[in-house]
Design a protein around this ligand. Structure first.
Ligand code: FEO
Length: 398
């Protein structure tokens, strides 16, 4: 479904709302409610299209573009990001508007050629470059690796709008247009989920981009991302979230994740979670095979402690735990503590492997692995509680 929203006189958001899609960016980001993709059309003496959408939606968006154009052509196409959810329709669009000039970053030109195998005539732009389209002036800022090397931001001076592409995006699937059309809590929660799953590994580059933005002195009335709602009233809070993420800010929060074959590692997870809660931690507990990984990643991004447990599967950790460890490894967490636990049968659970993988992923495993053979009895549960208490003390002494 496509909705067209006027965000300013002559400036339109063309938004695909896909409530059916369940995987965003391949399988790494499962989405419960679907996803959205935004393109923007700016009508001036020249018409400018900012970002496109995956070609699977072309047949839906093209008639809407034609309606807005009312007989005019697109004169300029700005590609802020080459990833197919924002440039997939490019060839279909440029073949409809053959005289349009295409603007992208230097890395964008390279990536476009690698995607479309054709040397369309790209105009490469970067910081200090501007184009005039009549009364409007667009400037550019390269933001490499937020989220791919080709990313850039486009700024419309006269209306003080930043077209930020992936940055400040959220997969908030709603028919409303602006951030304040939903509660601040809901908006920030979705932005946090998106940050945790897409942007977090780019933290260093986000910091660089925000510093460049601050030096640019571009005032921001609106931020128009290519996923989700337009930022108008929650800009300050969104920057605050981004700064917390860049700073790896954590709170007294623990995420307990586990996989369990016969419920014994689960029983350990529950004892650990309850004890952490009793010590004042905010605690979230997840069985990895039964949850959306995107939810765990969102909750983990401000948690001080990760407790992770696995039963023994032929001397290996259970497959959902192995997959989760790989995911942790792909995210650049800093200053995080971890605790490992697991129940085993006749050979001790392979928790040492778990420790090694956590260390590889920048986690500091703060206490010895906690093993229990078969079913945890009352004494063993009490030992677990004591181990948790010691861990909490060690963390507070850091
Ligand atoms: Fe929404 Fe990096 O693409």
């Amino acid at each position: 479904m496509v909705s067209v929203n006027k965000i300013k006189e002559n400036i339109y958001q063309i938004k695909v709302i896909d409530r059916e899609v369940r995987n965003f960016h391949g399988c790494v980001y499962p989405v419960l409610h679907g996803s959205t993709y935004n393109s923007y059309l700016v009508l001036d003496e020249q018409v400018t299209l900012i970002d496109m959408i995956d070609d699977i939606y072309f047949d839906e968006i093209y008639p809407e573009i034609i309606k807005l154009l009312n007989g005019r052509d697109v004169d300029n196409i700005i590609i802020n990001h080459v990833e197919p959810d924002h440039s997939g329709s490019y060839e279909l669009i440029i073949n409809k508007f053959k005289n349009a000039k295409t603007y992208t970053s230097k890395a964008g030109e390279k990536a476009m050629q690698a995607h479309f195998f054709k040397a369309y005539h790209y105009h490469t732009v970067g910081l200090n470059d501007s184009i005039k389209t009549g009364k409007y002036t667009f400037s550019f800022m390269e933001t490499p690796l937020v989220h791919w090397p080709d990313n850039m931001w486009t700024y419309l001076h006269e209306e003080q709008i930043l077209f930020s592409n992936d940055a400040f995006g959220q997969l908030l699937v709603d028919d409303v247009v602006y951030d304040s059309d939903v509660s601040l809590f809901k908006f920030v929660d979705f932005m946090k989920e998106y940050y945790a799953n897409i942007v977090y590994p780019c933290n260093v580059n986000v910091e660089r981009a925000l510093n460049a933005l601050s030096k640019s002195k571009w005032s921001l009335k609106l931020i128009a991302p290519s996923h989700g709602l337009v930022l108008k009233d929650y800009i300050k809070e969104s920057f605050s979230l981004y700064h917390d993420m860049i700073g790896n800010k954590t709170i007294d929060k623990a995420i307990v994740v586990y996989e369990s074959m016969w419920g014994n590692t689960k029983a350990m997870a529950l004892v650990i979670a309850n004890e952490l809660k009793a010590k004042g931690y905010e605690v979230k507990i997840y069985q990895l095979s039964r949850c959306h990984i995107s939810e765990v990643m969102k909750e983990l991004c401000d948690a001080k402690l990760l407790a992770i447990g696995s039963g023994n599967y032929n001397n290996c950790v259970l497959p959902p735990v192995a997959a989760f460890l790989e995911r942790l490894h792909s995210t650049k967490y800093l200053n995080r503590q971890a605790l490992v636990f697991g129940s085993y049968g006749w050979i001790k659970a392979p928790l040492q492997k778990l420790v090694e993988r956590l260390n590889d992923a920048n986690f500091n495993v703060i206490s010895d692995p906690m093993y229990i053979q078969y079913v945890p009895n009352d004494d063993e549960k009490s030992d677990l509680q004591q181990a948790v208490n010691l861990t909490v003390k060690k963390i507070s002494d850091l």
